[in-house]
Design a protein around this ligand. Structure first.
Ligand code: UD1
Length: 338
């Protein structure tokens, strides 16, 4: 059983490769390396001792994609490939829809052509927009405010429609909360290009001295300390959720669309994260509280109960573990994979 991992050289993809190999799945990584480096594959090899077939292919290139499906006996796809910056998506909507939607449609076409009907899709809590209450359950209303979010929501819709047309498909829509942390080896982790826009990579680059100071966006929210609250989840826990989803489909055989939150169910504020990071690493994080960032959700955390019930999966790593592992990666690789 060979699993194709699109975007397998990226942050969540690379951690998922390791967990799949550990669980004895054969994998093929497909990535166009637009936001990742192939050195990550050497690191995965170092950790797992496995040689991973790699295809430098863009999902919009039909011929190249067909060649990949011809070459390997693929039985399922875990689909991570896509652009992921909210801000960038507002300025470059065409690029985002082309990569994320056209790329996915092409992938589905080729899967259909080769009779591969098992797909795990990397969705996001962004699809809940601004939730009225927390914890967020899978049946909450869906809405988004930007092309990135739209691309996740549209992809969910497309995959739901594919299932309606053919009930043999097994599809998991995994809605991630805020992935942070890194592999315990310190060999792989998050390596954003340019200046990070997400909190943890920004914070860890301040800690390692690459950036001067963290800007905390908004200190006057209606929360205990005035800063936003998020459900930070260790990337390895998240990766294990994908293995559980594959195992579930393997055992179940019947078609289904499984829509699940992957989060811890715990909310921590931005300041709590900063203080925990300081305590764990002993590094002082200079920060200023500045204006709110437009579009930010105030409080977001998951109800992870459905994933636990259906997949027997539960996030295990603590906020302290997430900080410790982020720091190990960042301090050992101040310039990421370069
Ligand atoms: C963001 C995206 C979300 C996407 C996710 C991917 C927005 C509005 N949302 O989520 O759609 O799925 O990334 O990981 O961009 N913060 C600071 N200073 C910083 C960076 C962030 O104070 O330099 C704060 C933010 O205001 C927010 C919290 O930290 O309150 C988390 O921010 P971030 O890491 O960007 O994640 P989300 O906004 O939750």
């Amino acid at each position: 059983m060979t699993i194709l991992i699109t975007g397998g050289a990226g942050y969540i993809g690379s951690h998922t490769c390791i967990e799949l190999i550990t669980a004895s799945y054969d994998i093929v990584v497909l990535d166009n390396l637009s936001n990742s480096q192939n050195t990550v594959l050497d690191r995965i090899k170092k950790i797992t001792k496995a040689i991973i077939p790699f295809e430098n292919v863009d999902l919009r290139d039909t011929e190249a994609l067909e060649a990949v499906f011809k070459k390997y006996n693929i039985s399922a796809v875990i689909h991570f490939a896509g652009l992921k910056s909210v801000n960038e998506s507002i300025n470059k909507p065409i690029e985002y829809y082309d990569n994320n939607i056209a790329g996915t449609i092409n992938l589905c076409k080729v899967m259909h052509q080769f009779d591969v009907k098992k797909m795990i899709f990397s969705s996001s809590a962004v699809v809940y927009g601004n939730p009225e209450t927390v914890p967020i359950k899978e049946n909450f209303p869906l809405s988004t405010f930007n092309p990135y979010g739209q691309s996740k929501l549209m992809t969910e819709q497309i995959l739901n429609d594919i299932f309606i047309s053919d009930n043999d498909w097994q599809i998991a829509l995994l809605r991630y909360f805020n992935p942070v942390g890194a592999h315990k080896s310190g060999l792989i982790g998050e390596a954003p290009g340019g200046i990070p826009s997400n909190l943890m990579p920004y914070l860890s680059q301040v800690a390692v001295g690459k950036l001067d100071k963290l800007h905390v966006f908004g200190g006057d929210y209606d929360t205990p300390d005035g800063t936003c609250i998020r459900d930070f989840i260790h990337v390895v826990d998240l990766a294990k959720g994908h293995v559980k989803a594959l195992d579930y489909f393997k055992n179940k055989k019947k078609g289904e669309v499984l829509t699940l939150n992957l989060g811890t169910g715990k909310g921590y504020s931005v300041l709590e994260l900063i203080h925990t990071f300081q305590d764990i690493t002993g590094k002082k994080i200079p920060y200023d509280i500045v204006d709110r960032r437009p579009g930010d959700i105030v409080i977001s955390y998951a109800s992870p109960e459905l994933a636990e019930k259906v997949l027997s999966w539960k996030a295990e790593e603590s906020l302290e573990d997430m900080c410790r592992d982020t720091w190990r990666w960042q301090s050992q690789n101040p310039s990421g994979y370069e």
